[in-house]
Structure formats: C-alpha cells, structure tokens
Design a protein around this ligand. Structure first.
Ligand code: TRP
Ligand code: SF4
Length: 412
C-alpha cells in the first residue's frame, strides 16, 4: 500500500532537502496528533528526505520517574506512524536513544551555550507552571531544547515540521548553529579544500562558478548567488559535505559545519479534544487513532455541545460548540451548511448533528486499522523497520560528528 510519488517530487539531479521531526512516546497517538502533525509528516515523505524519530530521551525529561510509560509506547507509536501511512521506504524511522551521537553533540554544544538562552525559552517556564505535579527543576528539563537542537543539527536538516509552540526551539537551534559555525567554522586551509571540491565539476561549470562567486562577493549580486547555487545543486558528483563547503566558500563565511534549519508550519485545522480544550490523553478528552469504533461512537455521543442549547427546541450556535470544530475538520461544505442552518434554527438535534462526525472518524480509521494489523501480529517487522532506519540515521549522524569533532579539535 505504498503512496504514489508526488508529481512535485524533485528529479534525480536535485538533492532532496532533509526534513526532521520527532515525537515523544508518552501514550497511544490520538486524532489530535494525527491532524496536528502526523498527517503532515505523511505528506512530506514523498517530497523530502524525511527523518522521523521516537524522542524517547525527550519523554524522559518529563517522565523520568515512570519509565514503563515510555518503554511501552515506543513501538506502539511506530505502529501508529505506519498505520497513518508513513512508508519506511520513503522515510527514515528511528529511535533517538539508539544513537548516542545525539548525546555527544548535545554535550559538545552545551559547552558554549549560554544558560540565559535556555532559561528564556518560553516553553520552559510554561511547562513548569503547567506540569505542577512533576518536579521539573532538573538539569535535563532545562537542557532539553538544546538536546532538540542536537537532534536537528546532527542530520543537517533543512526543515523541521513542528507546531507553533515549538518555534522557539527551532529558533534556538539556529542560534546554536550560527554560534558554532562562527566559533569553529574556519579551517586554515579552507580555500585549498574548496578548490579541491571544485575539481569535481566540469571545467566550464567550475569557471562559471568562480565568476558568479566573485560577482556575488564583490558586488553582492543576488542573481550571481543564485547562479552559483544552481551550479552546486546541479553537480551530481558532489556529496552533502562538498555542497556545504562550497556554500561557505561562495558566501565567504568559511565552512558551515552545522546547517541552520527552518521551522515548517503547515496550515492545519486543529482538532480540539472532546470538550473543546486541547486534545490530550492526560485531560481524558482524546480519541485514540486505533480506538474501537463502538468507543468512538460512545465518546462522540457524550460530547458536550453548545451549553446554551438545553432543549431540542432551543436554537444553538455552532461557534460555541466543540462538535462544530470536528465538523470543520471532518465535513464538507454542504454538511457544514446543514449544521449551521439546522443548529441555529433548532431544525436538527445534537445527536443527529454528531452522526456525520462519527461516520467520518470511523471511515478515517479503517485504513489505519488495516495497515496496523500485520504489524500488530508480527512485531518483529516493526523492529526491523526501526533497525534499518536507525542504521540509515547513524550513517548521517556519524558523518556530522566527524566534522564536529574535527572542527572542535578533538581528533587526537
Ligand atoms: N520536543 C518535541 C516535542 O515535545 C519533540 C522533538 C524532539 C522534536 N526532538 C525534535 C521535534 C526535533 C522536532 C525536531 O514535541
Ligand atoms: Fe453543536 Fe451540532 Fe448541537 Fe449545534 S446541533 S449545538 S453544532 S452538536
């Protein structure tokens, strides 16, 4: 059941930009996860070189006392990913803790990261406020955005699909990369190395590159920058490291050892929880992706509606009703019009109104159940997918760490 490659998939001579994202394994994934993130991950896999990982260390930053929570959910979460349509042949799926390189980069980055950068991350104070029942005055919790920076930088990711709430972490990642490149990015023989890379190009392309580079550096011509970049992108003989080096040579900044990523916020219609608050297992307002159909029906039927619509004969206002938000995710325009009209004129009852939502969720779940089934009955296959993904990730992580160690003078 492999999704077809998109028509927008880049052709062979273009390098697919890397996308990286992670999710904490703290419980069965629910519809909020699917509509808020996973659906987008699936969409991205045919356009980008996607790396998706189980952020188990991250889960431990808040759940360090209950390791079973994390342990139980690691492979379950991967099954939910596969059920949603992630294709292990398109995307690289792996587990953070299997790659100690993340921890090594985290440690090295921590040496020069000012404490204030971490204390100022908005999620830091927010979460401590919100999760009052946990003691989060820990070193790991303060440091976790830097661990996230290491996760991202180690794969030289171009894009990081995250919710708005995580923007500040991507911003921190950019600052950390910039600082690192500034401190360690200059190699003494940089120009010589860049020249060696240029030899891999055809003579005429190399010459055109030099002309464009000079015109960019002397006159700041953006068009020249674009031309030079196109030449880099078009040269099939280059590896990722070659491209990084020439990019630094081109801009005169030396070698960009770590790559500044961009947050990727995609327009998503947020699905709230059953009570209208954010969907979360801990609030008891969630529907799991693999919830039984009978349970879906029961939960939706018990959903609160417009509190001012007490009797069937009272007219309601959908904007006060969480069911309406479900319709906005699940229903087409004609059904939405039917709800709007029926609710505001007391023409339909709430149970009637909920039925299309129930049907739509059950239908949405069918392919998930179908895809999950073989993995549930054969867990080895899931382990194998993670195994392959982890080794693929390791190859990239190792290469970055070699460059990082060399840049920091740790090669004795
Ligand atoms: N911190 C993210 C969260 O809590 C998960 C995460 C960890 C992540 N590392 C990442 C997301 C790297 C994107 C990129 O949801
Ligand atoms: Fe909500 Fe629908 Fe009832 Fe209106 S009719 S209050 S939108 S459930």
């Amino acid at each position: 059941m492999k999704p077809k490659m998109h028509s927008v998939a880049p052709n062979a001579t273009q390098v697919r930009q890397r996308v990286l994202s992670g999710m904490r394994p703290t419980g069965a994934l629910h519809l909020g996860h699917y509509h808020g993130a996973l659906k987008n991950w699936v969409r991205l896999q045919s356009e980008y070189d996607c790396f998706y990982f189980v952020a188990d260390w991250h889960a431990l930053t808040t759940h360090y006392e209950d390791r079973e929570v994390v342990e139980k959910n690691v492979y379950d979460m991967v099954i939910d990913w596969l059920a949603a349509g992630l294709d292990p042949e398109l995307a690289t799926i792996f587990i953070q803790s299997r790659l100690p390189e993340h921890a090594e980069l985290f440690t090295l980055l921590s040496m020069g990261t000012p404490l204030g950068w971490l204390e100022r991350v908005p999620t830091y104070k927010d979460q401590i406020e919100k999760l009052k029942d946990r003691d989060l005055a820990t070193y790991g919790f303060l440091g976790y955005p830097l661990l996230q920076a290491a996760d991202i930088l180690i794969y030289r990711a171009g894009f990081v699909p995250v919710g708005e709430d995580q923007s500040s972490h991507v911003e921190l990642t950019r600052e950390v990369a910039r600082r690192f490149n500034h401190l360690y990015g200059r190699e003494s023989n940089f120009d010589v190395l860049a020249q060696a890379v240029l030899k891999k190009m055809s003579k005429s392309d190399a010459k055109a590159f030099e002309v464009a580079r000079k015109s960019f550096q002397q006159d700041g011509l953006e068009t020249a920058l674009g031309q030079a970049r196109a030449l880099i992108a078009g040269c099939e003989a280059f590896g990722a490291a070659d491209r990084e080096r020439l990019e630094g040579y081109l801009r005169g900044t030396g070698k960009a050892i770590l790559h500044e990523p961009q947050a990727l916020h995609t327009e998503v219609r947020k699905l709230p929880g059953l009570d209208g608050a954010k969907m979360s297992k801990s609030y008891g307002n969630a529907i799991a992706m693999r919830e039984e159909p009978a349970e879906v029906e029961r939960k939706i039927k018990r959903m609160p509606t417009d509190p001012q619509r007490v009797r069937r004969t009272d007219a309601g206002d959908p904007t006060r009703c969480p069911v309406w938000q479900f319709h906005q995710v699940y229903s087409k325009a004609d059904t939405q019009a039917w709800v709007m009209q029926g609710c505001t004129t007391a023409g339909i009852g709430c149970l009637e109104c909920k039925q299309p939502v129930i049907d739509a969720i059950k239908k949405e779940q069918e392919p998930w159940r179908e895809r999950a089934e073989p993995y549930l009955s054969n867990p080895k296959q899931v382990h194998w997918i993670v195994e392959v993904g982890t080794e693929r990730a390791r190859t990239v992580a190792r290469e970055t760490m070699r460059d990082v160690r060399a840049a920091m003078g740790l090669t004795y």
